[in-house]
Design a protein. Structure first.
Lengths: 462, 285
């Protein structure tokens, strides 16, 4: 395919050049990327190392880690495949663009009747009038269908040429260029951007985030304060809305306050902040019920953390100590979020654990005079934010628009050429319309027929 | 009248259209084929009515979102899109020979939506991630693409069955008037139709992937994350990109192109259904 003078023709470079300008390489690389990309959808990516050790045999694990299959989209070999595709696109485009450029921007547009085939020619149409009288009206009519027209007389009639969409031949290069632009955009994203996570309790603030996939900490130039967090549910229990009210604190001053939702992030100094998760941060107040095992009486008390309450019937003094995110029972069973406290009665002191998930857990407490249950909790939440800087986005978005435009030009527009061949037959004129197109032959043939009947109509109206 | 009732009826209308198209081709008669076209128009309009009705129902429930959010709703839209794309093709290329193959796909999609095992037909409110204007743009473009690929698949199957036959008829004289498959276009036109439909699908798949990327960037702060659905849509895009390259640059034609369109549709099916078997953000839950 490397057959024009501008390409390197040294003995060493030629085979490499020939490799990279071949469509065979394109086909192979596209299919190899497709096949390998599928592997990464079957093997879960970026899980903790332990996950793979537990789920795979030793040999599979070894093969997987050698081939980087646990983070394959960022592996060297996968990126090398994409690089080969990029070089292939560049080489093919350079190779072909030179020729196409000469067609798209010729010194002079020429037509030759011989280049039209019989297959794409309409049946002859006979109309009254000599070619001489039809020349001008026909050209006028053709101008309505084609941007460029040329008239060329013959011994007994004329050829009338018309064409459209010469520049559409460049569409495919728009697509190829924008795919390269897209790759540049992703490169900019991965080199100059970062992505991290931070959990901020209501009322709290944070200026440091944890980077994804590396668990390194990264300080920001400003602080984010969570003024409020709210989660709403539908009646069915499905989440309806997560909303965080955030303030940006820059140089000690609150400069921007905004509500963010899952699809409505906020932006400050090139950094975007997204709502990504939430959780219970702490308990402010707990309404507890204490039921005496002897009398059966139930006493309701509301306590804040650290507060103590002395119960009647000499049941003792209860202190609510803390809220824990995950209580480990007997050091091995995870009970999830729980309130921890202790009950003091004279000399004896008992530890009390109230897991949120297990309402009747306290009934198991040995030698106890009360059963304690949680009635209501006044909790504060933390909001989980994703923080991202991505200077590649404008480049990527520009490439998106160009890809769509390029694909449209490439496939829905074509370089169509038409040839009207008119001959005098006695006092009448017989003419055919031929079409030629660099693609979409059916459409071009249809248009030739359409032009044919338009010309016939035109002649009849004379 | 509930939307699911309207859509059940629609399933049967699609089924009737398939029978009429098949009759037209088998008996070499224009009349049943013309009736099939009218029937398909009715089915597509009924399908649209079903979608709009379901939209209305979601408003009455107080949710008010376009019915494009779960497997059931996507199948209904897929059936509609396939019907619309097919009718467009019928008008543009003036052939009724391919109706049975194309409308059968709408029929199967709707039948599966109505009768599929464990199909959740309930109208659910939108979870926060789906509350976006990009939802409709993303789903509609993707499914217009899927619909075109499905039709290209249908034409490819027809092409592989009749290719030799139609070519012989072609040489024997007048492609449109002779042979068993008289309503079918000649083989080269069939093959061109496969290409044209794939191109149409490729354009909309590209739009679908891109709208999805823009949406992902506003919802999750990344335009690409190698989520299985994203990855499989890219794989599908690559398969069709390869097909377009071998056809345009290596002059592949005929059966090889038909097989390529079939392979491409297999990738579409996996992107659509198979990904639900894998963990990810798109698994219609």
């Amino acid at each position: 395919m490397a057959n024009n003078g501008n390409t390197p023709d040294k003995g060493f470079f030629l085979p490499i050049w020939q490799l990279f300008v071949s469509v065979k390489l394109t086909v192979v690389v596209l299919l190899v990327i497709a096949a390998t990309a599928a592997v990464g959808t079957v093997i879960p990516q970026n899980q903790p190392d332990l996950f793979y050790r537990m789920n795979f045999s030793q040999i599979t694990y070894a093969i997987g880690s050698v081939l980087d299959l646990f983070d394959m989209y960022h592996s060297l070999w996968f990126q090398a495949l994409i690089l080969v595709l990029a070089i292939n696109i560049v080489a093919c485009s350079i190779d072909r663009l030179q020729k196409v450029w000469k067609i798209v921007f010729p010194d002079k547009i020429t037509f030759s009747p011989g280049s039209f085939t019989k297959k794409n020619t309409t049946d002859p149409i006979t109309v009254s009038g000599t070619p001489e009288t039809l020349k001008t009206p026909f050209e006028k009519e053709l101008k309505r269908h084609c941007r460029i027209t040329r008239l060329s007389p013959t011994s007994n009639g004329f050829y009338l040429f018309g064409e459209n969409g010469r520049k559409s031949r460049l569409g495919v290069y728009v697509v190829h260029f924008s795919v390269l632009l897209l790759l540049c955009g992703t490169l900019i994203s991965s080199i100059t951007g970062f992505e991290g996570q931070v959990n901020i309790p209501e009322g709290g603030k944070a200026g440091v985030i944890t980077l994804r996939n590396s668990s390194q900490e990264k300080p920001l130039d400003f602080e984010i304060r969570c003024d409020d967090f709210e989660v709403l549910f539908y009646d069915s229990g499905r989440p309806k809305k997560y909303r965080s009210t955030l303030s940006i604190i820059d140089n000690g001053k609150a400069v921007l306050t905004k509500d963010i939702l899952v699809n409505k992030p906020m932006h400050y100094k090139g950094i975007s902040i997204f709502q990504s998760s939430y959780g219970a941060a702490d308990v402010e107040n707990a309404k507890l019920s204490f039921t005496s095992r002897e009398s059966g009486m139930t006493y309701h008390k509301t306590l804040s953390l650290g507060e103590s309450v002395t119960l009647p019937e000499e049941l003792g003094t209860f202190t609510l100590e803390q809220f824990t995110d995950n209580y480990m029972f007997m050091n091995k069973h995870s009970l999830g979020q729980a309130l921890i406290g202790h009950m003091k009665n004279g000399e004896t002191e008992q530890k009390v654990v109230l897991p949120l998930r297990f309402e009747r857990f306290d009934k198991m407490r040995q030698n106890a005079r009360t059963v304690i249950t949680i009635e209501e909790l006044d909790r504060t939440f933390y909001t989980g934010l994703q923080v991202r800087k991505d200077p590649g986005v404008p480049v990527v978005y520009a490439s998106f628009i160009l890809i769509i435009a390029g694909i449209y030009i490439t496939f829905f527009m074509s370089h169509q050429r038409f040839c009207v061949h008119a001959r005098q037959e006695k006092n009448q004129t017989s003419f055919t319309v031929s079409a030629k197109s660099n693609k979409n032959q059916i459409t071009a043939r249809k248009k030739a027929e359409m032009i044919g009947s338009a010309l016939e109509q035109n002649a009849l109206n004379k | 009248m509930t939307s699911s009732f309207v859509l059940s009826i629609t399933t049967f209308i699609y089924g009737l259209a398939v029978i009429l198209y098949a009759a037209g081709v088998s008996f070499k008669r224009e009349l049943p084929a013309k009736a099939a076209t009218i029937t398909t128009w009715i089915a597509v309009l009924a399908n649209l009515a079903g979608i709009l009705l379901r939209w209305l129902e979601s408003h009455q429930l107080g949710y008010g979102h376009a019915p494009l959010t779960n497997l059931y709703e996507s199948l209904i839209f897929f059936a509609f899109a396939t019907g619309v794309v097919y009718l467009g093709l019928e008008i543009k290329f003036k052939t009724r020979g391919l109706g049975a193959a194309a409308v059968l796909i709408s029929f199967i999609a709707l039948a599966y939506a109505s009768l599929g095992k464990g199909m959740d037909q309930e109208i659910q409110p939108l979870i926060p991630a789906l509350q976006s204007n990009w939802l409709s743009a993303h789903v509609m473009t993707c499914f217009l693409g899927y619909a075109a690929f499905a039709i290209a698949f249908g034409i490819s199957v027809v092409y592989l069955i009749v290719a030799d036959q139609v070519t012989e008829d072609d040489t024997a004289g007048g492609p449109a008037t002779s042979g068993i498959y008289s309503l079918l276009p000649p083989a080269d036109v069939l093959e061109e139709l496969i290409y044209q439909t794939v191109v149409f699908g490729f354009f909309f798949l590209s739009m679908g992937i891109i709208t999805g990327a823009v949406w992902a960037n506003t919802a999750w702060g990344r335009y690409w994350g190698w989520d299985p659905k994203e990855t499989w849509s890219l794989i599908t895009w690559f398969v069709y990109a390869t097909m377009l390259h071998v056809r345009l640059m290596r002059n592949w034609t005929g059966k090889r192109i038909a097989w390529f369109a079939i392979a491409g549709f297999a990738a579409v099916l996996f992107t659509y259904f198979g990904v639900n078997l894998l963990p990810g953000l798109h698994s219609y839950q």
